[in-house]
Ligand binder design. Structure first.
Ligand code: NAG
Ligand code: NAG
Ligand code: NAG
Ligand code: NAG
Ligand code: NAG
Length: 449
């Protein structure tokens, strides 16, 4: 009996000392095991092969929801694994011709067929499905309607007609009589009511009598399409679920918050104002409550201790990255005008709201952290510049691939037809790739000039 106990103690001591001598993965795995996390791959994988990581992703980028941060993460992931990100044709700007309903014609032919879609678009499942493999994972993000509307109101104050009409730019005045300022048919009206619903492809102006029923139905529809609806207020917890859903490593979901306002242009809302915002954006409010509840059901199912542990690991890894990149702490937040590197200047919706970004310290490359400067730069690069940069590199890759095929084709004298169909991948529609070889080549040259 006591011998058995001694034996057990010895085993325990041996195990502990074994673990102490094996840092990293093993100890983490054990910790997770102890916390009762369901078995998953270790958050830091030594084998960073993308083979087991899920790479077909549609992230519906919603407005004013921390979605730029997720987009930046997906851009970096795509670059790291040479994946193709669908990017808008020039005429669509850096969004897919938002607020028009998404169409596959908005996708630049050099970025087809895509692995990832993440630039702003108004969601149409049928159109997106035409472009993407059928094992694609759909993700989006929502934000609490009060904070979100306040943010929209301030961000689009000088941009959206419904807000420009309001005397003194007063949120209170707008909410007292929204119908005196809001015109549902105006082209920017989607920023002024049920913006999340609109972005998801829904009807932002459903009549009040029917709105509650509609919102429920719509939430169910969104739930059928999207495997994960992240919640901005619980961003890191949402990332824990995202990482598991996609079988990604912790490194793949590290981020720096992008596209924020200066603290002084934010205001806190009274309960009364929040209630008015929820009433005005009733469909969004139903969506938010539905998916916040569903997020927490999933987190509970995973085990809150396990989630908390991973969130802590994530934050520690992020701090380490920020230290490595920017030497100590984040580069100082600056207003756009003060940012000297124009690749890092965020877009400004109006002169009244200060969107802040980061500027790189001039001596970043001399920090000796071993982290490549390019990676640090990308971590804080705003979406417009990053989109432009990706289009350039994907076009280049497309042209190289294309020229390779063309020279092969000339050698083989095998005619255009077979090569064209080889280019346009089997099960995915190829849009403009389906044109004659010569037509495609002209297009390539024009857009690279
Ligand atoms: C991505 O492509 C580059 C250049 O073609 C290559 O050197 C690199 O190994 C590729 N990376 C991955 C992860 O496939
Ligand atoms: C995708 O769809 C095709 C045709 O509907 C089907 O044959 C194929 O098995 C599907 N692939 C996956 C991964 O579901
Ligand atoms: C707008 O602000 C001015 C000065 O702050 C004030 O006199 C005026 O009454 C305000 N107008 C409305 C409609 O609130
Ligand atoms: C989301 O739901 C959880 C669990 O019910 C709750 O604790 C939390 O406050 C909610 N978050 C927000 C921002 O309402
Ligand atoms: C980098 O530059 C900043 C200001 O220009 C300076 O305060 C800091 O000490 C420098 N860091 C290194 C490691 O040279």
């Amino acid at each position: 009996m006591s011998q058995k106990k001694i034996f057990l103690v010895l085993v325990a001591i041996t195990t502990v000392s074994f673990l102490l001598h094996h840092g990293g993965h093993l100890s983490w795995t054990i910790e997770v095991f102890r916390l009762g996390c369901p078995s998953i791959r270790s958050p830091f994988s030594p084998d960073s092969s993308p083979r087991h990581k899920h790479t077909s992703v549609v992230f519906l980028k919603t407005h004013k929801t921390a979605s730029s941060t997720v987009q930046n993460m997906l851009f970096r992931f795509a670059e790291h694994y040479n994946l193709t990100v669908a990017l808008p044709v020039t005429a669509c700007d850096h969004q897919f011709c938002y607020p028009r309903l998404f169409s596959s014609h908005f996708v630049h032919p050099h970025t087809m067929p895509p692995d990832i879609i993440t630039n702003h678009l108004r969601f149409s499942h049928s159109e997106v499905r035409r472009l993407m493999p059928n094992d694609t994972v759909y993700i989006t993000i929502l934000r609490e309607p009060g904070a979100m509307f306040e943010s929209l109101f301030s961000y689009y104050n000088q941009y959206c007609q419904s807000f420009k009409r309001v005397p003194n730019g007063s949120l209170e005045a707008f909410l007292d009589q929204p119908w005196s300022y809001y015109r549902p048919e105006e082209k920017d009206s989607m920023y002024a009511r049920n913006t999340l619903t609109f972005d998801l492809g829904g009807d932002k102006d459903r009549a009040a009598a029917d709105a509650a029923m509609y919102a429920k139905r719509f939430a169910a529809e969104v739930e059928r399409t999207f495997s994960l609806v992240m919640i901005a207020e619980h961003f890191d917890e949402s990332l824990v679920l995202l990482r598991r859903l996609l079988s990604w490593d912790l490194e793949d979901v590290l981020y720096v918050k992008l596209n924020m306002r200066t603290p002084s242009s934010k205001s806190s809302l009274s309960e009364e104002l929040t209630a008015k915002i929820r009433a005005w954006n009733a469909i969004d409010a139903v969506l938010y409550d539905h998916f916040n509840a569903s997020l927490w059901r999933q987190l509970n199912a995973l085990g809150l201790a396990c989630v908390g542990r991973e969130v802590q690991l994530l934050r520690r890894a992020r701090d380490q990255l920020v230290r490595g990149c920017f030497g100590g702490r984040l580069p100082q937040l600056r207003s756009a005008a003060q940012i000297t590197n124009k690749d890092l200047r965020p877009w400004q919706p109006s002169s009244k709201v200060a969107i802040v970004g980061y500027d790189l310290p001039a001596n970043i490359s001399r920090k000796g952290s071993g982290l490549p400067q390019d990676m640090c730069l990308k971590l804080i690069m705003p979406e417009v510049q990053y989109t432009r940069l990706l289009l350039r590199s994907e076009s280049l890759r497309y042209r190289n691939r294309f020229q390779f095929r063309t020279s092969q084709q000339t050698l083989k004298q095998s005619g255009q037809h077979r090569e064209t169909s080889a280019l346009s991948s089997t099960q995915r529609p190829s849009g403009m790739l389906g044109r004659t070889t010569r037509g495609t080549l002209r297009l390539t040259q024009r857009s690279l000039n």
